[in-house]
Design a protein around this ligand. Structure first.
Ligand code: C2E
Ligand code: CA
Ligand code: CA
Length: 271
């Protein structure tokens, strides 16, 4: 599809219920417990099948549709949190927001009102933000500070890939960094990557932030991250993004798998 066709189809998708959220677990590396789920938007086009957010989010941003996506997504995740809560599943939710959506100063107030309307405590919500190449996040200082005052968490996504990550961290009120998967993928084989990831984690901790590693695909990476003191991990080894109704089953399954992941020689209990 051309960009124009994609844009038109995306407008329809918003109006015709073709979008849904899938949720990828983030676990605590101390004990393997579910800490958070990251909402990732999915678009199933009636003719073209699944279309990646990496394709359509930038187009929505460029053509003024990102606000609609943000509002739809936020409502979807807050409603989902309430459903999980009523079913006894207790987790925080991470939600990706384009920096463009943060240019309105009243946005944090709107988010707080939506949370209140659905009885979601604001401290259960974490906003994941990527620094754009053209738009330093420092311009959004006021909006970000308003989020923090309301208790909403702020994670700097794709940490290490932006052009001024360190300055952003020092001046902005982030609560967490997400270490980009480019650094995680070579972790078990490259001592340079180990050094870089160790420095990122130490830096995050020194500034009072937590560190989450993205793109963890094998058990060697998971073990290395534990040794380096990383707080949380996310990736295909742990789980792909899941349908909301399957998170509880995944949690049970993962609890059984955790011990083997961190200690492959462990013999099963009772044997
Ligand atoms: P992201 O926020 O960095 O999300 C992580 C991406 O990495 C997701 O791709 C996820 O499926 C993928 N991933 C997770 N674990 C692994 C792994 O172990 N290995 C590899 N190779 N990949 C892994 P996805 O879902 O295609 O999303 C792409 C990007 O689209 C996201 O990157 C985010 O920037 C954006 N996005 C997704 N949902 C939303 C949304 O609701 N709103 C906005 N504004 N952006 C969104
Ligand atoms: Ca993210
Ligand atoms: Ca990321």
């Amino acid at each position: 599809m051309t960009d124009e066709a994609l844009l038109e189809a995306f407008g329809d998708a918003l109006d015709q219920n073709q979008l849904r959220m899938a949720y990828q677990p983030q676990i605590g590396l101390a004990d393997g417990s579910l800490r958070r789920v990251e909402a990732l938007v999915r678009w199933e086009h009636p003719q073209h099948g699944a279309i990646s957010p990496a394709t359509f989010v930038p187009i929505a941003e460029k053509h003024g549709l990102i606000g609609k996506l943000t509002d739809w997504g936020l409502m979807a995740v807050l409603k989902q949190w309430s459903i999980w809560r009523s079913e006894g599943l207790d987790t925080d939710i991470a939600f990706n927001i384009s920096a463009l959506s943060l240019e309105e100063l009243d946005f944090p107030d709107r988010v707080e009102t939506m949370c209140r309307g659905l009885n979601v405590p604001t401290d259960r919500l974490v906003i994941e933000l990527t620094e754009g190449a053209t738009q330093p996040l420092i311009k959004l200082m006021d909006t970000l500070t308003r989020f923090r005052i309301k208790g909403i968490g702020l994670a700097l996504d794709d940490f290490g890939t932006g052009y001024s990550s360190l300055l952003q961290l020092r001046h902005l009120p982030f609560t967490a960094v997400k270490i980009d998967r480019a650094f995680v993928s070579d972790l078990e084989s490259s001592s340079d990557c180990q050094l870089i990831v160790r420095s990122m984690i130490d830096l995050a901790h020194g500034l009072g932030l937590t560190a989450t590693a993205e793109g963890v695909e094998n058990a060697d990476q998971l073990r290395a991250l534990r040794v380096l003191g990383c707080d949380m991990a996310q990736g295909y080894l742990i789980s792909h993004a899941l349908e909301p109704a399957t998170i509880s089953d995944w949690e049970r399954e993962f609890r059984g798998r955790w011990r083997d992941l961190i200690c492959p020689q462990a013999t099963p209990a009772g044997s």
